[in-house]
Design a protein around this ligand. Structure first.
Ligand code: F6P
Length: 360
């Protein structure tokens, strides 16, 4: 049969619906049907939650945030990842899903997700699921693709916040600290910091000291600039410790509740004696409409994933290659390498050339 199952896993992300729409529309032209698996991979467990996706259901989905299929970060399927550690999904969960999957007579399963979801997808592929992956994450931390969808939208949100913080920081002669997401990687902070004219960018890849931030604030004061904008990635930490995890399950609770931004703001205020405020941007970065870049990227990912299904190219993820074209990479390669900001790379060097401080 020509039937595709579509599942969205992990945290939501702007553009998920645009990928679903592209798959359904491309498939419909060639007589393929799509089934939406609801609530992440758990939707494959009894009682199965699979609903046909008709063409008319796709209206307006190009720009709608979130996922119409729902998603789950933790569930019976959850295979937590983090710092390269992975917990495998129990075999009996996979067996139950496989029995249900086969009963639905689906010929391909598209898994749209980040490293956690794709790790599960690889395990499913190894036990016979015909899986194709699509790389989603606002963190942009997958090495196998030039970029993931959702990242551009998250950066746009952070830049908008920086623009707004500039005017209020300037009016009050304050230090403003903006905490952004990104997990183990500093991509959102680095790109948004550059695009939003931050004075200090703190990322997990570069350990910072408060003395160094203080020096930057003082040098700005000496130039007659009485406000400073600091952007800090949630995973950043003083002294080069990198990402802070509160436990070994990868739950990263302290980070998710927004910790480092407040810590940095408090330290800066006591050292500099300047009024300091902190904003934790949080899930605003994941909500709302995808940018035009993410819309076209999602559409291309979706159509290319469909083409991979037609060619029975399973166990692969669609990726944006260095030459700017779509192409396949094995799921195995995709999940094995996290990409982080290169402290000696062009992005950081460009920022430094402008006098932006990384707090080191
Ligand atoms: O991986 C995407 C992400 O938004 C990270 O940037 C962040 O650390 C985490 O997910 C937050 O997860 P949750 O939605 O569980 O709070």
């Amino acid at each position: 049969t020509k039937k595709i199952g579509i599942v969205t896993g992990g945290g939501d992300c702007p553009g998920l619906n645009a990928v679903i729409r592209a798959l359904v529309k491309a498939g419909a032209l060639y007589g393929w049907e799509c089934l939406g698996i609801h609530g992440g991979f758990d939707g494959l467990l009894t009682p199965v939650k699979a609903v046909p996706l008709a063409l008319k259901d796709m209206d307006g989905l190009l720009i709608r945030g979130g996922t119409i299929l729902g998603t789950a970060n933790s569930g019976r399927f959850s295979a937590k990842t983090g710092h390269g550690q992975t917990r495998r999904v129990p075999q009996k969960i996979l067996d139950e899903a496989k029995t249900n999957f086969d009963a639905m007579d689906i010929s391909a399963l598209v898994a749209i997700g980040g490293d956690g979801t794709l790790t599960i997808a690889q395990q499913m592929f190894e036990m016979g699921f015909p899986v194709v992956g699509v790389p989603k994450t606002i963190d942009n931390d997958l090495d196998a693709t030039q970029t993931t969808f959702g990242f551009d939208t998250a950066v746009a949100c952070a830049v908008d916040a920086l623009d707004r913080l500039h005017s209020t920081a300037q009016s009050h002669n304050r230090v403003m600290v903006l905490e952004v997401m990104g997990r183990y990687a500093g991509w959102i902070a680095a790109y948004a910091g550059l695009a939003g004219g931050a004075d200090v960018i703190l990322i997990p890849e570069i350990g910072f000291t408060y003395d160094s931030i203080q020096r930057k604030i003082l040098s700005r004061e000496a130039e007659g600039k009485h406000f400073t904008i600091v952007i800090v990635a949630e995973g950043a930490a003083p002294g080069g410790k990198g990402f802070v995890t509160s436990n070994k399950t990868g739950n990263d609770r302290e980070v998710r509740l927004g910790g480092i931004g407040h810590m940095v703001a408090m330290e800066i205020e006591s050292q500099s004696q300047k009024e300091t405020r902190c904003v934790v941007l949080g899930h605003l970065q994941r909500g709302g409409q995808p940018t035009q870049w993410d819309r076209q990227l999602c559409t291309r990912f979706g159509v290319h994933a469909f083409q991979m299904i037609v060619q029975k190219q399973f166990g692969f993820m669609v990726a944006l290659k260095e030459n700017g074209m779509m192409g396949p990479v094995t799921l195995k390669d995709a999940i094995n390498k996290i990409r982080r900001v290169d402290p000696a790379g062009e992005l950081v060097m460009t920022a430094r050339a402008l006098g932006i401080s990384f707090g080191d």
